[in-house]
Design a protein around this ligand. Sequence first.
Ligand SMILES: [Zn+2]
Length: 357
Amino acid sequence: MLQNQKQPPAILSHRGRSDRFFRICLKYSVLCKILSIIFFQLHMNPLNSRRHWVSLGMIMFHNVLLAGPPGTGKTMLAKRLPGIMPPLQEEEALQVTKIYSAAGKLPGGIPSLMRERQFRSPHHTISAAGLIGGGSIPRPGEATLAHRGVLFLDELPEFSRAALEVLRQPLEDREVTIARSRAVFRFPASFLLAASMNPCPCGYYGHDSDDQRCICSEIQIARYRAKISGPLLDRIDMHIEVPRPLASEGLTSGMTTSEMRALVLQAVRRRSERPSGSRGLGELAGASLRKAVEMTKAADELLRKAFDSLGVSLRAHDRILKLARTIADLDGQDRVDQEHVAEAIGYRSLDRKLHTL
Ligand SMILES: [Zn+2]
């Protein structure tokens, strides 16, 4: 009797094994379904997806990492972002002007209202203090000078680990906190992070051509990519691979800057007209975020399955949801559908590649 309790009857243990087998099969079939939808969204309809990312990056401050070989126009693409973003509102322009005035960096030294969104592109040798601010009486760093604009980090893995890690706080809180013995200083730092990187130290991994071949060892590539930590990648919503042909196709996919800005403004208007849209999604997380984003049943199901199968973090889950909301806005849809969720998940493909290499 005692023996029977310790060792379950053969029939039960057989059922346990088949249940486990069934669950594994189910998990992989779900994973295949998700990946096939993502593949369809990103590869079968490239113009649509490129239209989306060009518009998305600037609209609600979705951070972007552009990865690709040298000479594909990654920097040029990033430089266009401020021109496509919605114009600064009066209050935002005042805030930016105040920051530049305090830093002694008003353009031409003339005290007039700065109405343009700023594009800051510090060199990769910059220190952590230079990036977020420092000194005995702290002065604003690049993160604050990029407030309401774009902070572009060209060649992201070349930045020191210390500099990249201090960015995590402003990316989360949208402000910089610097503690000194006498006081705690707070600087606004709500910026769009745009970064670029090569796929490997020489730049040609996965993009070999007749005249250019990757010469890096696997260890060199792994070391290069490991310079970007998982937590930092978690805070970057869109990992875009910029392939070589993009340059020859032109960088706009047939859209001018003003056309792209019009598309963005239309989406912003749609968002502000929605009852839950007026307060924005920036600060929301977890259950309150899910409540604010109206989804179709299919979209909700896909997001849940992706969360279980792909092992994304809770932070990444929330960011995917916000990105899906923006994609639906650009599509003119009030409810987020599964194609929007699939596209948002697809934009996070690089972090899996970085860690599985
Ligand atoms: Zn290489």
